[in-house]
Design a protein around this ligand. Structure first.
Ligand SMILES: [Zn+2]
Length: 218
């Protein structure tokens, strides 16, 4: 009862919704007010993933497929700047990601940057928030300039501009030289972005580039 009242107060403040964003079911927990327990429990590493060859990427892992609850969560995190949900997603994938990290032993973990203008309007980088939720230390080596629209439904020349908008930050050469790098990203679609990021890291002497994606879009 007390939890119900508190939930209604939180809801009236606009902090959270009381219906699961994935199944529409009721939510009774206050730690995050977006996805019900049943949907959270349904999130498990998907096997077998159809691994394909990605240029410049020595190895990679994918947590799940870009569908159902996992897709609902990623979209909500990205388009509603939902930090609590990003942290929760990090917790969900943490064990699987840590297992990969312990086997791989990368020297450095990083993730793509988002456009500065978009950062100011949204105030967060979703990949960084997911990493924070998983308790994974990361170092920023990439930056982003110019064109950065939401990538869904882009024409091919616009996609190319998006890919080219990724750059290395200044003074990152010393960080990357001779290092085994793990790049974390949310969704693997065509692989064009990860290829660009890997090319950048290798161009300043990274010894190997590996990748981890929360989901693979088929
Ligand atoms: Zn649900």
């Amino acid at each position: 009862m007390v939890i119900r009242i508190l939930a209604n107060i939180v809801k009236s403040l606009g902090i959270c919704e009381e219906e699961c964003i994935s199944c529409g079911g009721k939510i009774y927990y206050l730690d995050q007010g977006y996805v019900c327990e049943k949907c959270i429990k349904s999130l498990k590493p998907y096997h077998p993933v159809q691994y394909k060859r990605l240029d410049y990427i020595r190895s990679y892992r994918v947590f799940g497929r870009y569908e159902g609850t996992l897709k609902d969560i990623i979209q909500n995190v990205k388009f509603h700047a939902n930090i609590p949900l990003a942290r929760l997603l990090g917790k969900v994938i943490a064990a699987y990601l840590w297992e990969y990290i312990q086997n791989l032993k990368p020297d450095l973990i990083t993730c793509p940057a988002i456009n500065v203008r978009r950062y100011w309007s949204r105030g967060f980088n979703h990949a960084e928030e997911i990493l924070k939720g998983a308790d994974i230390p990361y170092i920023k080596v990439f930056t982003r300039t110019g064109f950065d629209p939401a990538s869904a439904g882009l024409k091919s020349e616009d996609r190319l501009r998006v890919v080219k908008s990724h750059h290395l930050r200044k003074n990152t050469i010393d960080l990357l030289e001779d290092k085994k790098v793990l790049i974390f990203d949310d969704v693997l679609t065509t692989g064009a972005t990860i290829k660009r990021l890997a090319e950048l890291a290798l161009s300043v002497g990274a010894s190997q580039v590996h990748a981890f994606f929360v989901a693979e879009a088929l």
